[in-house]
Design a protein around this ligand. Structure first.
Ligand code: ATR
Length: 272
């Protein structure tokens, strides 16, 4: 029996168990995936239990960075963005840490728009947290020539800009969209249920710019609603969650699972 879980804090309504348990069932694999809320002071004892009893686990806030020094080996993406979201436990109890958020971000867009041309025009990232770091690296990997970043706290954006050679756009000027903008991405928590909406006037946005929100609750955020109304292509955040789970399930089981519309529907129905 394959045993996996997600650790994080708080972990009130994680959708990961639904995804992985759906795949265990679909592919006839004997396995169980649990949500394991772990207060920070319990992290070390908990991962010793996981080391002895689990095949692997996912890591979410606030532990993605904490896991870096706890892994014996790291995948290249985890190393570059200094965050781990997927751990494989070896026969000898060693941890191999990976990051699949970068993959999940790009794969989601590509599944929605197979002909999307990453090399055409520029991209603008709003926000400069952990998600923005994974996305900046994805855009670099895809060959986006010019990447802008805009964040409320400019010093947070500066660190990211230095690492990935991004162009800083002042937060107050974030609506001065570059004329060649091909992709606009919200990575802040704004627009999420219970949070204020992202205050963004899209009137000067080129009509061809694809608008991508990584917030998935609600599925159509106020930003996506505004983009859709003016006819821009949009990408919702639920697919990033689904696609980042694919490589994790594959390394634990040897089976590469498929993200199907059926699974997306299951997730949407379970959303709080
Ligand atoms: P994650 O790791 O999930 O990306 P995070 O590191 O907490 O989350 O990042 C949250 C992002 O949302 C940050 O870019 C944050 O901006 P600051 O760097 O200025 O804190 C942004 N954010 C959160 N609340 C915001 C608000 N009210 N206005 C503007 N940006 C906000």
């Amino acid at each position: 029996v394959i045993k996996a879980c997600v650790i994080g804090h708080p972990l009130s309504h994680s959708l990961s168990p639904l995804i992985h348990n759906h795949w265990f069932q679909t592919y006839g694999i004997e396995g169980i995936y649990k949500a394991m809320p772990v207060p920070p002071e319990q992290l070390l004892p908990t991962i010793e239990i996981l080391r002895q009893n689990y095949n692997g686990f996912n890591v979410t806030l606030p532990f993605k960075r904490t896991l870096i020094p706890l892994c014996q080996t790291l995948g290249s993406t985890a190393q570059i963005i200094a965050a781990v979201n997927t751990v494989t436990v070896g026969q000898d109890g060693s941890f191999h840490g990976r990051n699949t958020d970068t993959y999940g971000f790009a794969q989601n867009l590509q599944q929605k728009f197979p002909n999307f041309d990453w090399r055409k025009g520029s991209a603008l990232i709003l926000g400069a947290g952990g998600a923005a770091r994974a996305i900046a690296y994805a855009l670099k990997e895809k060959g986006v020539a010019k990447i802008y970043i805009s964040n409320r706290t400019s010093s947070h954006a500066a660190a990211l800009s230095a690492q990935f050679s991004l162009e800083n756009l002042k937060w107050d000027s974030r609506e001065n969209f570059p004329a060649d903008l091909n992709l606009l991405i919200n990575t802040t928590s704004l627009g999420m249920k219970g949070q204020p909406p992202l205050d963004l006037d899209l009137s000067s946005l080129p009509s061809s710019t694809t608008v991508y929100d990584i917030v998935y609750a609600p599925l159509i955020t106020p930003m996506l609603q505004a983009a859709q109304t003016r006819g821009n292509p949009i990408v919702t955040g639920i697919g990033m969650l689904l696609h980042q789970a694919v490589p994790a399930f594959e390394v634990w089981t040897g089976v590469r699972p498929e993200v199907t519309p059926e699974l997306e529907t299951i997730l949407l129905q379970a959303m709080p």
